[in-house]
Design a binder for this molecule. Structure first.
Ligand code: NAP
Ligand code: MG
Length: 403
């Protein structure tokens, strides 16, 4: 079979520990035999980040901005222990944080559903994608402990020195207070990322806040979404046969529990933090989630939702067998390949990505899986494979069924 040709490179960001091992297995077994893989390679492994004073992370993000599609392996975010372990020049920031700050945007996470790994919520037949706003609110808040009676006010001082004030509370006893903020610019790019992603994946979009209680703060989110939708997206949504639906956050939670799935749920920062953990744990495993950062300018960066699986790596280094789930990392690659195929009009690349995903699912549904899934499956007598054997089993499925 002739290998599939690519046009524009995918920005490939290699990473750390067990996921770096899986990265190579995936390329060797599942990609290179079938595709004339065209990537621009950046080594974001901690050793190389340290060698380059972390410039490589910025270069990788800039390259992703330039080409439009990147795929990233999980990476270590150093803490004090890692500084010692890797003899680092400094405690570098999270690569994901650095990349997000350059690309700006929204992270979309959705469970990968397979028969035999059933969500706890029986009626969830299709995945629910969480779109989490990644800026501001309680994550950028300032807080004070109020020791006793006194007045707390919000004060805005404009550049010309004029002041406006709002009373928070006349305290008659001790308490606490918190000041949150967000920026219209950030909310607007959040909205556009969500609308674009809904169009891209042809799924309805839900958004919810508590605007009945928070008549200015949350209402601004609601208004910005509504205006951008009416001005820029309403017609395109109609054409695509999808809808935008706004409701209150408590109503959204109640509806989600009764829904079938198959939609995108846009969440403010805190709601997204909490609800994405609820969805992923209800669906079984972080290794069965897709994760993509979509920038407002339409740049896509695909990754796995989990970390570098350190415990397994140290077993691997000790020469012991590991059974690490590579599905999320494989789906990061298929996401990037499909998007590249779409942008460059290479239908066979898109078909390859679809088939590789189907092969992963079919392999698990045939009872062959890694240990994390074997522990939670409803299938009787699953066959537990080691890290490499699972990837080889996926290749076999693909060669038998889809090529
Ligand atoms: P982790 O990699 O998410 O793994 C935590 C535990 O979850 C594992 O020990 C394993 O449980 C299970 N697990 C996660 N992914 C799995 C997979 N693919 N297959 C099977 N089991 C899986 O978190 P960590 O080991 O605590 O963190 C390691 C490093 O990852 C940290 O340095 C952190 O900075 C980094 N991190 C990176 C990213 C990213 O780049 N996106 C995200 C989060 C964390 P068992 O041990 O019980 O088998
Ligand atoms: Mg969380």
């Amino acid at each position: 079979m002739e290998k599939i040709k690519m046009k524009t490179p995918i920005v490939e960001m290699d990473g750390d520990e067990m996921t770096r091992i899986l990265w190579q297995y995936i390329k060797d077994e599942l990609l290179l035999p079938f595709i004339d893989l065209n990537t621009e390679y950046y080594d974001l492994g901690l050793v190389h980040r340290n060698e380059t004073d972390d410039r490589v992370t910025v270069e990788a993000a800039n390259a992703t901005q330039k080409y439009g599609v990147g795929v990233k392996c999980a990476t270590i975010t150093p803490n004090a222990a890692r500084v010692k372990e890797y003899d680092l020049k400094e405690m570098y920031k999270s690569p994901n944080g650095t990349i997000r700050a350059i690309l700006d945007g929204t992270v979309f996470r959705a469970p990968i559903q397979v028969q035999g790994i059933e969500p706890c919520v029986k009626n969830w037949k299709k995945p629910i994608t969480i779109a989490r706003h990644a800026y501001g609110d309680v994550y950028k808040a300032n807080e004070m402990v109020i020791p006793g009676p006194g007045r707390v006010e919000l004060v805005y001082t404009a550049e010309d020195g004029t002041e406006s004030r709002a009373l928070v509370h006349d305290f008659t006893s001790a308490g606490v207070v918190q000041g949150q903020h967000n920026l219209n610019r950030s909310i607007e790019s959040f909205a556009r990322s969500c609308f674009n992603y809904a169009l891209d994946t042809k799924q309805d979009l839900w958004f919810a806040t508590k605007d009945t209680i928070s008549k200015k703060y949350d209402h601004t989110f609601k208004d910005i979404f509504e205006e951008i939708f009416a001005d820029e997206y309403e017609d395109r949504f109609k054409e695509a046969g999808i809808t935008y639906f706004y409701t209150l956050i408590d109503d959204a939670v109640a509806r989600v529990m009764k829904a079938e799935g198959g939609f995108i749920w846009a969440c403010k920062n805190y709601d997204g933090d909490v609800m994405s953990d609820m969805i992923s744990s209800a669906c079984g495993s972080l290794a069965m989630m897709t994760s993509v950062l979509v920038s407002p300018s339409g740049v896509y960066e695909y990754e796995a939702a989990h970390g570098t699986v350190m415990r397994h790596y140290y077993k691997h280094l000790a020469g012991e067998e590991t059974s690490t789930n590579s599905v999320a990392t494989i789906f990061a690659w298929t996401g990037a390949l499909r998007k590249r195929g779409e942008l460059d009009d290479i239908p066979e690349l898109m078909r390859f990505a679809d088939n590789l995903e189907k092969a992963c699912i079919a392999t698990i549904e045939s009872g062959k899986m890694t240990k994390d899934l074997a522990l939670i499956t409803t299938m009787p007598d699953p066959v537990v494979l080691n890290s490499l054997a699972f990837i080889k089993a996926v290749r076999e499925t693909m060669e038998q069924i889809y090529l």
